[in-house]
Design a protein. Structure first.
Length: 238
């Protein structure tokens, strides 16, 4: 756990629209350096839309996004990425015909080694020469996370890393995410397995119908299953 967190990403009163309709309304979220921040909520709550607004995949309607002290909400997505914001989306896209090694090297800046990723995910070292399209779903997710890490991001946005994966694989990925945070990366994690996500979380938010209805300590929310259930249904605020 982070004893003295420093916020590296701040989202203030952000609104995001799709097709002219307000999907995210007034979201305020902070992500600390070296901490895992979890964003929970039922399907359709607006979580993915918020991540896309933060990364620049879609524009926000209003609000402020500050990365490392610099406002970025008007920057294009690639400029936000260059500034240290990495976004891992749900689709788990890899270069299927390229080897695991070539997938990593394609994302690796000149002069930088891929070994830290292979140390974090030894499973990829065993499959280093295999075409990425032949990797298991869990290995492909590790590869996608690894490619993002090669850019040495300040903040890692992860959207549903568990999608379609076995629970034992999800637990393995969760431990890796916790390890990344412990090494100084700020993580904002959207995850469907609430209890697992909260087990590695420093801070948690819950979104219902486009609005944040909870902001607080991750372990406290994990300990109160009744509150978590009510928040998911939008029956209460906390």
């Amino acid at each position: 756990m982070v004893l003295f967190p420093v916020n590296v990403l701040s989202i203030e009163d952000v609104y995001v629209h799709r097709s002219g309709l307000p999907i995210v309304r007034g979201a305020t979220v902070t992500v600390a350096r070296g901490a895992v921040t979890v964003l929970l909520g039922a399907n359709g709550a607006g979580k993915t839309t918020l991540l896309e607004g933060i990364s620049g995949a879609i524009p926000i309607a209003s609000g402020r996004i500050t990365l490392g002290g610099t406002r970025v909400e008007r920057l294009r997505a690639w400029r936000r990425a260059r500034a240290g914001l990495a976004h891992i989306e749900q689709d788990r896209t890899v270069f299927r015909d390229l080897s695991t090694e070539d997938n990593l090297r394609a994302a690796c800046p000149p002069g930088r080694a891929i070994d830290p990723v292979l140390d974090l995910f030894p499973e990829l070292r065993k499959q280093i020469s295999a075409p990425a399209g032949l990797l298991s779903g869990g290995e492909q997710q590790m590869l996608v996370v690894g490619r993002a890490l090669l850019g040495r991001p300040k903040v890692l946005l992860i959207d549903e890393m568990s999608l379609g994966l076995a629970p034992i694989v999800v637990e393995r990925l969760a431990r890796a995410v916790r390890r990344l945070a412990d090494h100084g990366v700020g993580v904002l994690l959207v995850e469907q397995f609430a209890n697992l996500a909260l087990s590695i979380a420093d801070r948690a938010y819950v979104m219902a119908r486009g609005e944040l209805v909870y902001a607080g300590d991750g372990s406290a929310l994990r300990a109160d299953g009744r509150l978590l259930h009510a928040l998911y249904l939008g029956e209460t605020r906390h």
